[in-house]
Design a protein around this ligand. Structure first.
Ligand SMILES: [Zn+2]
Length: 223
């Protein structure tokens, strides 16, 4: 496969539909010095465009996707979706046509997916939400993360967005505890000020409801 499939134009063209990751322990196949853009480097004789260090050290990346386990023979081909669903595993050599068919099958299961432009937009939006949150613009950050609830696939981008939402919710919970302490101490004015701020900043998040609940109980107590 390393001689005929991987360097073929058809296989290279397939890389627009997938991210190909090669992992191989050992470097007995050797490498060769080549000049790329005027720069001399040693590239792998088996995987051509990478150094042997790259394919030897790729195990950690694969472990993240749960692919490393159960590989007993070389070559093993695994196709997974961005949400880590394994759709295909084959031990042995394959032709480009066979690989292409399986990639197309995986694409069907993946659904429409995201175009590169959509992905860049989502990533930039996520970066902005992170910055907004760090700058204290909690409401803007939550606004920028509204799409997460409708996300169907558990992609790394969605995971990052969910982690950020968790951080936002944790901060809201912390502020709620402070406001509760004020209320319990009988400091109703300060408590209601803090609770109103939470309800406004965290609109749409669960903590907004909690804040409003305490606010209405404060009012009841006053009357
Ligand atoms: Zn190599």
């Amino acid at each position: 496969m390393t001689g005929s499939v991987y360097p073929s134009k058809d296989f290279v063209d397939l890389q627009t539909k997938m991210v190909g990751i090669a992992q191989h322990s050992g470097r007995d196949h050797g490498d060769e010095e080549v000049t790329v853009n005027g720069e001399k480097k040693r590239l792998c004789n088996d995987f051509f465009t990478i150094t042997c260090d790259v394919h030897e050290n790729m195990g950690g990346q694969l472990a993240k996707y749960g692919i490393g386990q159960g590989v007993k023979a070389v070559p093993t081909h695994v196709i997974i979706l961005p949400d880590k669903t394994e759709v295909f595993r084959y031990v042995g050599a394959m032709g480009v046509k066979q690989i292409k068919d399986h990639i197309e099958e995986a694409q069907k299961r993946l659904g429409k997916g995201m175009s590169h432009a959509e992905w860049v937009k989502a990533r930039d939006g996520l970066d902005k939400a992170q910055k907004d949150f760090e700058a204290g613009s909690t409401h803007a950050a939550i606004d920028g993360l509204k799409w997460v609830d409708g996300a169907k696939n558990q992609t790394p981008l969605v995971e990052r967005a969910k982690k950020l939402l968790d951080e936002i919710d944790a901060k809201g919970a912390e502020q709620l505890t402070t406001a509760k302490t004020l209320a319990d101490a009988g400091n109703a004015d300060e408590a209601s000020k803090a609770l109103n701020a939470i309800a406004k900043d965290y609109a749409g998040r669960p903590v907004e409801k909690d804040a409003r609940k305490i606010l209405s109980s404060l009012k009841t107590t006053k009357n």
